[in-house]
Design a protein around this ligand. Structure first.
Ligand code: FAD
Ligand code: FES
Length: 383
């Protein structure tokens, strides 16, 4: 996710981008509705899948492979619900949705992740969860027939599995390369499914890299090469550069591959990417560059959070309007914090803002994503 230059920000903002939000929401329910977990499946030591059906047993609407849902989790001992987004990791099926969650264990410096540990510790068959409808602009177009490369690292595999399976069952001859990096077999999820799809469909190819295989990992069976997925590997594996590329993984993985693909001559329009946001990869989020930080949000402007009745001065150095609200004790909805999930969307009643980083898709005119906006005039926000 690159940070636009200051000039680009100003132009984008004043132009008030005409295109509507491209969340592609399937409009059969808005907000959150109850689902029941039907089954839980262990995919690796750190990753588990959860199969969900509607609590009234009704068939589920379809979605576009690559889209995600958001859960409103009621955690014991926590007053406010926790919102967390997870990609639908299966092909569309009217009987269930599947999400696949990596447990974020924390380190000696950071606490364990709240939402993922709740899933791993508390959620199993019979658990009732509140879930949003599928949405998100990072998805496959199943009608397309051009060659496609699905490239992921770690739990970034989830949208790629959905896309791969959808292409395989679609019965087209669309050439597809699935290229994935994991540390080793202990953290590698859904390897058996991918191997089966390769065996059953001769248009499906796969290559798995382990960066640190264990003694029980077998080359040729569990993985193909030792190392990381990088530009050199892609050029070695793919017959040419005329693929549609889908990338998902940590921010640095995506940035590195994007640069390598552009150097190889791939048209930027054919590279689509998603990373799972600040919450899932704190080290990988690009920090705003100095010129952006210096020029935007330095003027002494006033921010009015209208619904809460809070009026504050914008504090230079604050990352975003969401950050400012939280510093003032407000608890607005948020999840990814980098402009992917759209959960934080609020009406901009008055004033102008600039975006950094640029969100994956812009909200409807008149609305902003406070997680990645800073004021460039006095603003009134419906928050
Ligand atoms: C569109 C989208 C799709 C996604 N799809 C998937 C998916 O398919 N599978 C999946 O597993 N995830 C997915 N995610 C990520 C997921 O939404 C969560 O962000 C992830 O599970 C971590 O949430 P958490 O509540 O467990 O961690 P959090 O509590 O949010 O913590 C996140 C990380 O920050 C660290 N941390 C916590 N507090 C601090 C602190 N004070 N200082 C420093 N570090 C701290 C934690 O150790 C943890 O590693 C997706 C995200 C988005 C936006
Ligand atoms: S919190 Fe996800 S878009 Fe703002």
């Amino acid at each position: 996710m690159s940070i636009p230059s200051t000039k680009a920000i100003a132009i984008e903002t004043r132009r008030r981008r005409p295109e509507p939000a491209s969340t592609n929401r399937i409009d059969n329910w808005s907000g959150y509705r109850p689902f029941v977990v039907k089954q839980r499946v262990r995919e690796s030591e750190t990753i588990s899948s959860f199969y969900l059906a509607r609590d009234d047993g009704q068939p589920l609407p379809s979605f576009k492979p690559g889209q995600h849902v958001t859960f409103r989790l009621e955690l014991p001992g926590r007053a406010e619900p926790l919102l967390r987004s997870y990609t639908l990791s299966d092909k569309p099926d009217p009987l269930h949705y599947r999400v696949t969650v990596k447990r974020e264990p924390g380190t000696n410096r950071t606490p364990p992740g709240l939402g993922s540990n709740y899933f791993h510790a508390q959620v199993g068959a019979g658990t009732r969860l509140w879930m949003s409808a599928p949405s998100g602009g990072f998805h496959l177009d199943p009608e397309e027939l051009s060659p496609v490369a699905l490239i992921s690292a770690g739990v970034g595999v989830t949208p790629m599995i959905s896309m791969l399976d959808a292409i395989a069952v679609g019965g087209t001859r669309r050439p597809v390369w699935f290229i994935h990096g994991a540390r080793n077999g202990r953290e590698h999820a859904m390897g058996a499914l991918v191997r089966r799809l390769v065996r059953e469909h001769d248009n499906v190819h796969a290559h798995i890299c382990y960066s640190r295989p264990t003694d029980s990992d077998r080359r040729g069976r569990h993985y193909d090469t030792v190392g990381h997925v990088d530009g050199a590997l892609l050029q070695r594996l793919l017959p040419h550069a005329r693929f549609d590329f889908y990338l998902c993984g940590p921010g640095r993985f995506i940035e590195g591959l994007r640069d390598a693909l552009l150097d190889w001559g791939v048209d930027a329009q054919r590279i689509r990417s998603e990373h799972f946001g600040a919450a899932s990869a704190p080290d990988d989020i690009p920090t705003p560059d100095a010129s952006v930080t210096e020029s935007v949000g330095k003027r002494p402007v006033q921010v009015h959070f209208k619904r809460s009745g809070v009026v504050v001065r914008w504090e230079p150095g604050t990352a975003s309007l969401l950050d400012l609200a939280e510093k003032r004790g407000l608890v607005p909805d948020s999840a990814c914090r980098v402009g992917i999930c759209q959960i934080c969307t609020r009406r901009l009643v008055q004033g102008e803002v600039a975006y950094a980083p640029t969100p994956a898709s812009m909200p409807e005119p008149g609305f902003i994503l406070p997680c990645c906006t800073r004021p460039i005039s006095d603003v009134v926000v419906d928050l």
